[in-house]
Design a binder for this molecule. Sequence first.
Ligand code: AHN
Ligand code: ZN
Length: 341
Amino acid sequence: MQQRSFSIALSLFLGASLFIAACNSKQQSQSEGQTQTTQTPAPAFNADSAYQYIEQQVAFGPRVPNTPAHQKAGDYMIAKLKQFGFEVTVQSFVATTWDGKKLNARNIIGSLNPQATKRILLASHWDSRPHADQDSVVADQKKPVPAANDGASGVGVLLEMARAIQQAKDKPTVGVDLIFFDAEDWGNGEKASGDTEKESPNVDFVGFCLGSRYWARNPHKPGYSAYYGVLLDMVGAKGATFAREGYSVELAPSVVTTIWQTASQLGYSQYFVDQSGSAITDDHIAPNIIAKIPMIDIIHTNVLTGAFFPAWHTDNDDMSNIDRNTLKAVGQTLLQAVYNE
Ligand code: AHN
Ligand code: ZN
């Protein structure tokens, strides 16, 4: 009798332990003196799908503010976020450029688990640069940039993450905010490079990053904060290399470590290289400096020269630059990082 109640107690105990372990897969378990962490596997990131989302943006034409292509692409992104079950906030504002133009701009925000207090912010700019001023063909320098990599790639990766999460059986426990910043790329390249050398990091750099500066000063929800943030910029080119960007290391070192470690665990170290890169003025600066959110920039630079990809700010930044393997490395790494929290 005593034996029997003991075994009932034992099986109840074992059953309860198994149940608790099953409920919390992120729990640390002690076995033979070793601490092991098991993690919720992230859903698969579909690179074909991400590629299509980039293709569709590019098909609208260059998404230069104050043009119909820009309007249509923004509407498309809003519709996709809603389709994937994200709560959408559109932040409309007028941005004044360094050359005195007024741009009708929209920051587009998609939120998952809007009530969760612990949040991860993932961002990319969605506008196209109005002038391909780096093009070697002088006649093309006045054309707008197709911006497949410098613009659409980050948005495509984030939209595919949204789709993958919606399809997944297991959902992330953290809140996730996808922010598509507008009016990033109207900057004056020459002045901006001098500017960033002078003061480091400088929120008031000439002309770039108007959308992220607006958002950091006027967050879409009062008192908004995030546990950390990741910006994607030029994340679609074949053989892309992401060195640890300088301001990211300075302002959010632990986030850099987390993301590079996650990439390494997934076997993507040929993309997320173990190397320090230069400091780049981008949409992560204002969130860090103004909104006090530790945010890093995953940005493709050449490991030897530090230059951006060859078609940067040229008429050649079209779909021929986009490689599904790069999209997969970035998207799967970020999905896993989200599911690790
Ligand atoms: C500068 O050239 C100072 N920053 C690069 C920001 C950028 C432009 N990212 C994409 N296009
Ligand atoms: Zn650009």
